[in-house]
Write a protein that binds this ligand. Sequence first.
Ligand SMILES: [Zn+2]
Length: 102
Amino acid sequence: MNDLECPQCGAVRIVKNGHAHTGKQRYLCRTCGHQFTLEPVWHRISAETIALVDRLLTERISHRGICRVPGVSRSWFPLHLKALARVVPHELDRSTSTPKKA
Ligand SMILES: [Zn+2]
């Protein structure tokens, strides 16, 4: 992990700086002294990937399989499902009417 950049000043002189209470690795910028953790993973998932995951959800693939295809983490997936359920409640269970590939 040598390609880390300080979100504050853009410097690459980053050292590990213990862990946050959530267990996430914390980093310290040696140039400006800014301390930070990496972006939560669900903020780094592109809209494209989410669209792909949503499409896979309609195909009755296992959750594990869905995560493997776009390479999203399995800790992200339940968070996405929860967010999704809030937007389209109950739609996921009745998605078999969705047409398959054209
Ligand atoms: Zn910095």
